[in-house]
Ligand binder design. Structure first.
Ligand SMILES: [Zn+2]
Length: 150
């Protein structure tokens, strides 16, 4: 699948979201997603150097999104939405039943590059839709060189 299809994939994923909160609040979005899916979606601020910036996992009954507790505002919302994208798209599901499973999975289980790029674009799309912007940082500059406008 080429990059011309990425927009369509992202549109389909965005369409799975409930109404976006106004004013924007990523926690409220997670509550709405929990209701819509009939399945709890829990956010966990956590500070563990072994974990990536964010992580979604499925414990069998609930979805969990971990994000670094030191990251706030736009950047936190971006990380959370990135993980929500993996959840909605059922990208390589990370199942973890114990904390040890989780850490092991985080170290071993990498999403493929395309899934990562879709998740990044999804998060940027949603935040743009709710009117949040940030100045381009180095990561975005590199992404925009590769993919066009981010
Ligand atoms: Zn990811």
């Amino acid at each position: 699948m080429g990059w011309r299809d990425a927009d369509g994939v992202i549109e389909e994923l965005v369409a799975l979201l409930p109404a976006l909160p106004d004013p924007w609040d990523v926690g409220v979005l997670c509550e709405r997603l929990s209701e819509q899916r009939g399945r709890p979606l829990l956010l966990h601020p956590i500070d563990l150097p072994a974990l990536p910036f964010g992580l979604w996992y499925d414990d069998g009954d609930r979805d969990h999104v971990l994000h670094r507790s030191g990251v706030t505002g736009y950047h936190r919302d971006h990380v959370v939405l990135h993980e929500i994208c993996h959840m909605l798209a059922r990208h390589n599901t990370v199942r973890a039943f114990t904390f040890e499973d989780l850490v092991e999975n985080a170290a071993r289980n990498r999403f493929d590059t395309r899934q990562e790029e879709v998740a990044e674009l999804f998060a940027s799309r949603v935040l743009r839709t709710v009117g949040l912007r940030r100045p381009m940082d180095e990561v975005e500059r590199r992404a925009s060189e590769v993919f066009g406008a981010v």
